[in-house]
Design a protein around this ligand. Structure first.
Ligand code: PEP
Length: 249
């Protein structure tokens, strides 16, 4: 039985003191929450937020990592450095990384394997652009990103992978995929995972939905058979908007 997994991606928001204030509020308000929870602050707030969520039911996540363990990579942050800060999960392949910073599937796959090698969990984001959806290519785009993102990932490590389906046209735009449309893609991604790893793996993998999730639409999305949680951006920046999503239902 899959449990729901609700994650907040704080993106490039919040100073350390602002991040600390939000983390403290979430620890207090989610302590009786029954789902799996994650917050992913900016790198600069990881240590501060990590100290606050330590021992709570909220995991500490990073929003990216370098494709190499160490070396001459100015401006990058290594998985070893993240682990050193207590990071447990890394979000990879977010559409802002794919489309603004031009990360391709090969690079993302390298990061996925490196994070798994060092014991981290991964949220692998996939999702189509508006023009791809309009051209009827949503499924094939998500299939390609899933297959390439998971290339070389052993079945034994799949339990540490969550997939987040995030249609790019729904991120930060206020446009949410309908629960029905999202569920079609989630079911398709589950089928792709089944083809790669078998029926049990397909049944067990957690597939989050991301794209303008709010308290008003969370329950309808999560009621769908293949939607197992949410990766939340804008609404994750305040306890007042994140907690109702995290405690939906
Ligand atoms: C995201 O960036 O992963 C996201 C889903 O953002 P928003 O909730 O703001 O659409």
């Amino acid at each position: 039985m899959r449990n729901y997994y609700i994650a907040g991606n704080w993106k490039m928001h919040k100073t350390r003191s602002e991040a600390a204030e939000l983390a403290r509020a979430l620890v207090a308000q989610l302590k009786d929450g029954k789902y799996k929870y994650l917050v992913a602050p900016a790198f600069t707030s990881l240590e501060t937020v990590g100290a606050i969520v330590k021992g709570s039911n909220i995991l500490l996540g990073a929003q990216n990592c370098a494709p190499e363990e160490q070396g001459a990579h100015t401006g990058e942050v290594s998985v070893l450095q993240l682990k050193d800060l207590g990071v447990q999960v890394v979000i990879l392949g977010h559409s802002e990384r794919r489309h603004i910073y031009k990360e391709d599937d090969e690079l993302i796959n390298k990061k996925v394997k490196l994070a798994l090698k060092h014991g981290l969990e991964v949220i692998l984001c996939v999702g189509e652009l508006l023009e791809e959806r309009e051209a009827g290519k949503a499924e094939v785009v998500c299939e390609t990103q899933t297959v390439k993102g998971l290339t070389g990932v052993a079945a034994a490590d799949l339990g540490r992978i969550t997939i987040a389906y995030e249609p790019v046209w729904a991120i930060g735009t206020g446009k949410t995929a309908t629960p029905e449309d999202a569920d079609v893609i989630h079911a398709y991604i589950r089928k792709v995972v089944g083809k790669l790893y078998g029926a049990d793996a397909a049944q067990n993998i957690i597939i989050q939905y991301g794209g303008s999730v709010k308290s008003e639409n969370a329950a309808q999305l999560m009621a769908k058979e293949n939607i197992d949680g949410a990766l939340v951006g804008g609404a994750a920046l305040k306890a007042d908007s994140f907690v109702p999503i995290a405690k939906f239902g």
